[in-house]
Design a protein around this ligand. Structure first.
Ligand code: PAZ
Length: 325
């Protein structure tokens, strides 16, 4: 979501806003452990380790961030995203030889288990005659495939999963992951499919307890979330290949907004999608030309073609980068 039109902040203002966002955010739980896990994962998958099995590392963000309205949160604003795109894309990236840092909203779709029926976890199992729990025959092949592929990715150190719920956690995790990935130079990629809030309530001005309705209608002022895409490009991982997403409901403004984001945040690619058709169709906006990708059949994922194309573009980017240096 990016609703700001024509409202620009200077670089100095951006740095100031980012600093105050992080200073006022509630501390990220387990921050040291997350940092250590990310650093180890990036190192293992970098050329520095000498035995990297992956061709690059991509940070895939997935699912929507929440904006809490109370410190002891009962109510919150949410963003539309099931996490299916991020989960599917993660599988295709790993198939193409990448290692993936999957930054996902708790409870959203997960790589390798997105095929399992979401409403019927319990329907997958049955109790056998000798009282053992077993997977029902009807789901056995799907479950077997999911387990095998998942373990191969995790045990092969090609998948690291980091959960978030709030906008604070999401940006704090990105602030850890991005600088850690900067050592990969152009071999690092960001694929930012998460639906990130544009507005939030700063922690210090947030009600501590549940907001009471007895006081009548609620008047609330939301502050703009600093544009972290600019931070990513300017400070955190300037040489990385960056893909952001733009979702709109009005097809009339979609491409124009996506093109503006490409220029404004100096992305390598912006993937434009419309709410009504996003599962079937996306448009890749690049400096070169726009490429429309459509789902080829009822069962295929649009992500399969999308990732193939991005991998090609990323490899050209690395090549150009090396020639320039
Ligand atoms: O997670 P999902 O598969 O339900 O949806 C994916 C999406 C539409 C959230 C994603 O493609 C996207 O556009 N993300 C960015 C949204 C935004 O403009 O903030």
């Amino acid at each position: 979501m990016d609703t700001a039109v024509g409202f620009e902040v200077s670089q100095g203002e951006l740095f100031h806003d980012v600093k105050s966002f992080f200073e006022s955010a509630p501390p990220l739980k387990d921050s040291d452990r997350i940092t250590q896990k990310v650093n180890e994962f990036v190192y293992q998958n970098s050329q520095l380790s000498g035995n990297a099995k992956s061709i690059g590392v991509v940070c895939v963000t997935s699912g929507g961030t929440t904006v809490p309205l109370e410190q002891r949160c009962v109510r919150y604003i949410d963003n539309f995203s099931s996490g299916h795109r991020g989960a599917a894309s993660t599988e295709y990236f790993i198939n193409c030889g990448y290692a993936v840092i999957f930054v996902y909203r708790r409870g959203s779709y997960q790589p390798y288990s997105r095929y399992i029926p979401e409403d019927s976890f319990i329907d997958l199992f049955e109790v056998s005659n000798n009282s053992e729990i077993q997977v029902c025959n009807s789901h056995a092949s799907v479950v077997k495939k999911a387990i095998k592929e998942y373990h191969s990715a995790v045990d092969g150190r090609l998948l690291l999963k980091l959960p978030f719920t709030t906008i604070f956690e999401y940006l704090q995790i990105l602030q850890v992951v991005a600088p850690s990935m900067s050592c990969l130079g152009p071999c690092g990629m960001f694929y930012l499919a998460a639906a990130v809030s544009d507005f939030y309530v700063p922690w210090e001005s947030m009600a501590k307890h549940k907001i009471q309705s007895a006081a009548g209608p609620l008047d609330m002022r939301l502050t703009q979330v600093p544009k972290m895409l600019r931070m990513l490009r300017l400070e955190w991982a300037p040489s990385a290949f960056c893909v952001s997403f733009k979702l709109e409901t009005d097809p009339e403004i979609l491409l124009q907004k996506a093109e503006a984001a490409l220029r404004k945040y100096q992305m390598n690619v912006v993937v434009a999608n419309e709410l009504a058709t996003y599962k079937r169709e996306v448009v890749l906006i690049t400096n070169d030309k726009n490429i429309r990708i459509r789902q080829q059949n009822e069962v295929g994922d649009v992500e399969e073609q999308l990732i193939k194309l991005l991998v090609k573009k990323h490899s050209n980017y690395i090549e150009c980068f090396r020639q320039d240096f």
